[in-house]
Every structure is written in structure tokens, then in C-alpha cells.
Design a protein around this ligand. Structure first.
Ligand code: ZN
Ligand code: ZN
Length: 238
């Protein structure tokens, strides 16, 4: 698949939606044809994930991979580095209800999983959950939207109830790496179910920062819910 093929989307729905809300590039905001996911300039300028990303933990080798500390997931596939227009797109996703970049990130990740030969072994996709209160405010969980974009066109299902997240009072952004690590252990809980037992799970989040959340949720899926293998997917890696 060429770069141009990756940014093309089709369908009557995209065409009709464009008549009411003309499509814009999620990075530069310029108008784009209805059948594009972003403009070609932005696609070419984006730092897509490359060989400098550790295939196991998903972090940049230059910035220090997490493998030495031990990761509980088996692989992590990011779409891109968290920089430039990508940072803005994640901000828009979280705080301005602009979700257009998700389809592109999902498409890139799906393509990577396909090239790596991993897609056929995935049984179900689990987005990292949001706390109910935050979900009510935002109206959607961006990790769930990304999971749906990745598995589009496959028969993999998205399960949003396997892990639940309790309401938290402090924003994750205010916490140090150590505090974040500590915080996740009191936030995420597994549901009592055997849905994931023996399965290969695609665990999806928006951004990989310290790895604490993915690591903890991967641990829950494996140790409490009996999952066999955890493949993580994130829109961007810091
Ligand atoms: Zn653009
Ligand atoms: Zn690593």
C-alpha cells in the first residue's frame, strides 16, 4: 500500500458528510477532498513510527526503552511519534471533540499489524477505559474510537467492559512518573469474566508515555483474566 493509498478513504457516507461538514486535514486544518484522511503535505511531514522504536515496548530507543524495567505486554505498535502536528491532533481529540485523526492512526496501525503478520492472531480489542465521569464530560473514549478504527473491516470485536476505571480526582498530567505508576494500581480493575481467557488481546490507548497504564492493564488481562498474549497499539509514542 502506498502513502497515497493510506490516506484515501471512500464511501458514500464520507461523500455525504463532506457536503455538510467539508473535510479538513486533522493536522493543518486545510480543506481536503472527502475521500482523504489528511493532506499529502502533512502525511509526508509526520514522523511516523520507524525502526528507532523498540518493537517490544513501543518507546523510542533514543529516549530509552522500557524493556529493562520489564513490560507485561508482548509488543507495542505506535502509529507515530508524539511531536508537531500529532501533539495538536491529540489535544484536539481530548479537548475539542475533533476526532478526524483517529481514522488515519487506525489505518496506519492496522497496516503495521498486517505487515507484521499479527492481525490474524488477534481475538479481541480492549481500549484502555476512561472513568465514567470523564467519559460523560467528553462524550467518547478516544482509545475506543482508535480500537474501532484499527479493527475496521476485520471480524475482531471491541470489548469495552473487561477493565473498568474508577473516577480519579487528580489529572494524570500533574503526576510524576512514579506517582503515575502508583496511581494506576488503584484506578483499574478487571471484571469477573473469562472472555479474554487464552486469547490474544489488542490493548489500545491514545498515547504511550511512561508505559504505566498499558503495563498495568496488560498485567490485569494476563494475570487476572487469563489472556495469552497482549499486543498494544497507540496513536503516538512520546
Ligand atoms: Zn494537512
Ligand atoms: Zn523496549
Amino acid at each position: 500500500m502506498s502513502e497515497t493509498e493510506i490516506i484515501i478513504r471512500g464511501g458514500i457516507r464520507a461523500y455525504l458528510a463532506d457536503l455538510i461538514f467539508p473535510s479538513r486535514c486533522p493536522f493543518c486544518d486545510d480543506f481536503i477532498p472527502y475521500d482523504r484522511l489528511c493532506c499529502e503535505d502533512c502525511f509526508n511531514e509526520t514522523l511516523w513510527a520507524d525502526e528507532n522504536i523498540c518493537p517490544r515496548c513501543g518507546k523510542s530507543i533514543m529516549k530509552g526503552c522500557l524493556c529493562e524495567k520489564g513490560v507485561k505486554y508482548d509488543l507495542c505498535v505506535p502509529a507515530t511519534y508524539y511531536s508537531g502536528g500529532v501533539k495538536d491532533s491529540v489535544y484536539k481529540l481530548k479537548f475539542r471533540s475533533e476526532t478526524a485523526a483517529i481514522d488515519l492512526y487506525g489505518r496506519i496501525i492496522a497496516k503495521r499489524l498486517e505487515i507484521m503478520g499479527i492481525l490474524p492472531e488477534i481475538n479481541l480489542a480492549v481500549p484502555v477505559p476512561m472513568a465514567k465521569k470523564n467519559l460523560r464530560i467528553r462524550g467518547y473514549n478516544q482509545a475506543e474510537l482508535l480500537a474501532k478504527a484499527i479493527i475496521k473491516g476485520t471480524n475482531i470485536s471491541v470489548n469495552i467492559g473487561l477493565i473498568i476505571r474508577k473516577n480519579v480526582t487528580r489529572s494524570q498530567h500533574d503526576l510524576s512518573a512514579e506517582e503515575r505508576h502508583e496511581a494506576v494500581t488503584t484506578q483499574y480493575f478487571p471484571l469477573d469474566t473469562d472472555i479474554a481467557k487464552g486469547k490474544t488481546v489488542l490493548l489500545v490507548d491514545d498515547v504511550l508515555t511512561t508505559g504505566s497504564t498499558l503495563n498495568y492493564c496488560a498485567g490485569l488481562l494476563k494475570e487476572k483474566l487469563g489472556a495469552k498474549k497482549i499486543i498494544c497499539a497507540v496513536a503516538a509514542t512520546v
